[in-house]
Design a protein around this ligand. Sequence first.
Ligand code: AMP
Length: 401
Amino acid sequence: MSEQTVLVINCGSSSLKFSLIAPDSGEQFVSGVAERLLTEQAFIKVSYQGSKQQTALTEPFDHQVAVNFIVDFLQQAGLSEKVSAVGHRVVHGGESYSQPTIIDDSVKASIADLGKLAPLHNPVNLIGIDAAEKAFDGLMQVAVFDTAFHQTMPSKAFIYGLPYHLYKQHGIRRYGFHGTSHYFVANQAAKELGKPIEQTSVITAHLGNGCSVTAIDNGQSVDTSMGLTPLEGVVMGTRSGDIDPGIVFHLIEQLNYSPDAVNSLLNKESGLLGISQMSNDCRTIEDAILEDNDTHADMTMDIFCYRIAKSIASYMAALTHFDALVFTGGIGENSDLVRSRVVRSLALLGLTLDEQRNTDIRFGKRGIISTDESVLCLVIPTNEELVIAMQSSDIIAKQQG
Ligand code: AMP
């Protein structure tokens, strides 16, 4: 085992994912996820040495109980001595954080303050940080922000067409998310191209339950499809993506929706789920198309793929040159159907898929799916945990001089 290992914690409102990673080698020693936290059904699943075990969590079924379970597990497996730091995924870093940051009381206070911009995420990220601080007393804790990579966006990309004081006084601007994933796959694409990242310009499509597309010019994020919140952009699993803001007033004034009901509609009941009236899961929609010839599922998929293609094409305005299109995320890595439909709309950008390569590269494989004549199109499995481990270890090394 390498000298340094980082425990990576990704806290959601009712879940907590973790993994213990050696940043130098990328080796993952143990990983797991606690789900249904804050309910009596809370459990934790741990993958270790090729086997998986599931254990019910005890009262009060919260994030602290999950973290304590992880600490005990690491101790029993003889791994706890090796944990040199804890790296946390934090969703919103606002304009204050463009780099991973060692957590102290003032950083915690700003993460709490940024909860204004990410009320569903930052407060639970803080719960994870507090729980880990208690459990790993004395270890350095690092925050790696989902928004940080996009802090290089120019004002023409991040300012909304709204009165400027809303930005200056209230921070209402586009921030973008999935930053660690876009950063990781762009760097991997540069390696594939044999170019330094500083000279590499790619468009990365992170397509999972949440979907975002990013334009990366000479290694820097210059535009991305998500905005102030992860609701903006392309159509997603349950989120609408871009809509006419006038729809919100129509729902409230004409159809008597409450603000809460609109929020839930746009975030949880729209997207693939809302259009298909079937599922937010891309596989279910694919099955309905391929096995049942379901024309409504087919239309849903067309809407999803067209919006992604349109977003990719729009980034021709953001790039100085275009080296490659990269697919990642659960759908981007696995759905040859989505990739095929997206790229079919992008022939004018010089992209053509090799359908055999496209079918072959799924389920964790990486590689080229375009024809030899095409602009390069790649599938690269993302690894946000590894980025968090590497960035946490780097910042600690710098701090220790
Ligand atoms: P993520 O949020 O990155 O875990 O991605 C979740 C999405 O990936 C869901 O919509 C899944 O349906 C989709 N997905 C996972 N595996 C496959 C697959 N084999 N084919 C198509 N979509 C998949």
